[in-house]
Design a protein around this ligand. Structure first.
Ligand code: M6R
Length: 609
């Protein structure tokens, strides 16, 4: 989704903003632009395509400025083009605006501005309306004009605004879309998220909904919706700036795949006290409250939803409570049965996914207790939840989620164990055994990572496949969905996942000579059933890549190739079996020449509906 950056200080704004935009590239974008106050005049440069295009465009220009704003656009209103790229300006070019979000009433505002003020629009965007609105309200006070403009606007927005006549200021606004303020020495910043600023600052303000910020180089003032000044504690970033760099890997995705043992170790061991007991920091539910729950909803999108599918399985098994899993965009519009006996679990890497956030609010409104499993500290989902359980995966930059997924799974296991213990459905021996098995997971994943070269060789054989089916039973079907999503989003292969037992009810019609089928068979108690399903597709000519635990070698009789994962208890295999699928997707995409970290049409943080 769109990314915004702004700088006010004493240094060269152009370079700082371009650098910040590059750090936001991972969010996904199709055009970029910059507005600088050069000697009391706003200079705007913008173009379609990569930030490199923008850099080339301005390479020869002096553009000496100490105040400016920059933007990466992910098209919503109007195609990706030079003219639709941000920043947008008002009629005389004295106000420039960058925007992440959607203005829902932009059509009516556009008509009003055209009719009553004779405004002529240059772009097809909703954002241009904001620049004109601020322009008509401007009377020597940018902050006042912005307040008057947002009063007219409906929708979601993070805004950065500069004005030719007030060359020392940026005004920023947050409603729904994320916004952080970086606090420097003789300089201050705005950005959509923290990695854009880490090179310069580690002290931040996390801006809340409906807040307006006035930045000069020496001061940052925060105001609420009623223009009252407010105090905010400074947020200090503790993670390493290098965590957001590639560190010698070709892509963030493969780096993040390799970070999984460390991420999972952190997720687990941060919760284990010296005496070996587990402490679920951030979860403040009493035993009584946990016993009172009559159902659990797990709601999320994409990969996080797939983690929820595993969560359902494990919470039902260990805590003996019914669990429903829903994609957030469906949950919020279907009037689900939620009450004060409901535990609502939101899963989100970014903590800014608008659908998840909206579903969370809906559940809260209906009285549910909201627990979120989130990676980004201080994100909107985290802040609006009653309880927050952080995944501690570290920053995930690649659009394709990898380490966030496995750490989300680890969190789901810990939550299930905790609930099982508190509800008395899981005895202490079983609890301790599970915990010991969880402690083994980081090392077992490392063993799979050691097979990277062999998986690359398999990718070389398979990368030209036009169509792929992922099949599995039980927990393997949940991982099949995730494996399939990974492959399709980064390699653009037409891939499809289905519960293996469901194949014969229709989808098997698509299996023909050499169709690639990736068959997950890691569940011991379902192994023979899976072998039958593999035989069914083999009988129709499929080329089968099997995935099984290392002792189940009989799968070789039915499969063309096999990848093995180390022995481990059935319930915990998802954290292992997904890893070879991530590596396979990565190498298939690489062999197909795809832009792995920034796949087409996708955004890392999906902040629109
Ligand atoms: O930040 P979130 O976890 O809320 O994001 C949810 C999905 O948009 C995300 O998992 C998406 O499916 C990934 N691109 C998958 O790799």
């Amino acid at each position: 989704m769109c990314g915004i950056v702004g700088y006010v200080g004493e240094a060269n704004a152009k370079d700082i903003i371009i650098d910040g935009l590059k750090k936001l590239e991972y969010r996904g974008y199709d055009s970029s632009g910059i507005a600088l106050n050069v000697g009391g005049r706003l200079v705007v440069r913008k173009c379609k395509g990569r930030i490199a295009n923008l850099e080339n465009m301005i390479a020869e220009e002096e553009l000496s400025a100490t105040v400016g704003i920059g933007h990466t656009r992910w098209a919503t209103h109007g195609a990706p083009s030079d003219v639709n790229a941000h920043p947008h300006t008002n009629g005389d070019g004295s106000i420039a605006v960058i925007h992440n979000g959607i203005i829902e009433n932009f059509v009516e505002l556009k008509e009003w501005l055209a009719r009553d003020y004779g405004v002529q629009f240059r772009s097809e965007t909703d954002t241009e309306v904001i620049a004109h609105l601020i322009g008509i309200y401007y009377n020597g006070d940018l902050l006042d004009a912005v307040y008057k403009a947002i009063d007219k606007m409906r929708g979601a927005y993070a805004l950065g605004v500069i004005c030719a006549q007030e060359p020392d200021k940026i005004v920023a606004v947050r409603k729904e879309s994320p916004l952080v303020v970086g606090l420097g020495n003789n300089c201050n910043f705005i950005a959509s998220d923290i990695p854009a600023l880490l090179k310069h600052v580690r002290s931040l303000y996390l801006i809340e909904n409906n807040e307006v910020v006035l930045l000069t180089k020496d001061q940052v003032k925060l105001f609420d919706a009623n223009r009252k000044e407010i105090h905010r504690d400074v947020f200090h970033v503790t993670w390493d700036a290098d965590a957001a760099e590639k560190e010698g890997y070709d892509h963030f995705m493969i780096k993040e795949i390799h970070e999984q043992p460390k991420g999972l170790y952190e997720t687990l061991h941060r919760r284990i006290d010296e005496d070996g007991s587990v402490r679920l920091d951030g979860i403040n539910m009493s035993k009584d409250e946990i016993e009172k729950f009559s159902k659990v909803y797990i709601v999320a999108c994409g990969t996080a939803y797939h983690a929820g599918l595993v969560g359902k399985y494990i919470i039902e098994k260990l805590a003996k409570i019914p669990v429903e899993v829903d994609v957030a965009s469906e949950f919020r519009y279907r009037d689900p049965f939620v009450d004060d006996k409901t535990l609502f679990i939101a899963i989100s890497q970014s903590g800014e996914t608008l659908d998840t956030l909206a579903a969370l609010r809906e559940a809260k409104r209906k009285g549910a207790r909201v627990l979120s499993v989130v990676n980004v500290v201080g994100s909107s989902v985290a802040r609006e939840s009653d309880d927050v359980f952080y995944t501690w995966a570290g920053p995930e930059i690649a659009v394709a989620s990898t380490k966030a997924y496995t750490t989300q799974l680890m969190c789901m296991y810990l939550i299930a164990l905790y609930m099982g213990k508190e509800r008395g459905t899981l005895g202490s021996d079983a609890y301790n055994q599970y915990l010991n098995d969880l402690k083994e997971i980081p090392d077992l994943i490392q063993k799979i990572l050691d097979q990277e070269e062999a998986i690359y060789e398999i990718a070389k054989k398979l990368y030209k496949s036009q169509q792929v089916f992922f099949i599995g039973r039980g927990l393997d079907s949940s991982v099949a969905y995730e494996g399939s999503l990974k492959l399709k989003e980064i390699s653009y292969t037409n891939s499809f996942a289905i519960a293996a037992g469901e194949l014969k009810h229709g989808t098997i019609a698509l299996i023909e000579q050499d169709t690639l089928v990736i068959a997950l068979a890691t569940q011991d108690f379902l192994f023979e059933k899976m072998l039958s399903n593999i035989q069914e597709v083999k009988a129709r000519g499929a080329y089968v890549l099997g995935l099984a635990k290392e002792n189940n070698t009989t799968i070789e009789r039915q499969s063309d190739r096999v990848i093995y994962i180390p022995e481990c208890r059935d319930e915990l295999t998802p954290m292992l079996s997904v890893v070879p699928l991530q590596i396979l997707a990565y190498y298939i995409a690489k062999l197909r020449g795809c832009d792995i970290d920034k796949p087409k049409n996708l955004a890392k943080s999906v902040t629109v509906e």
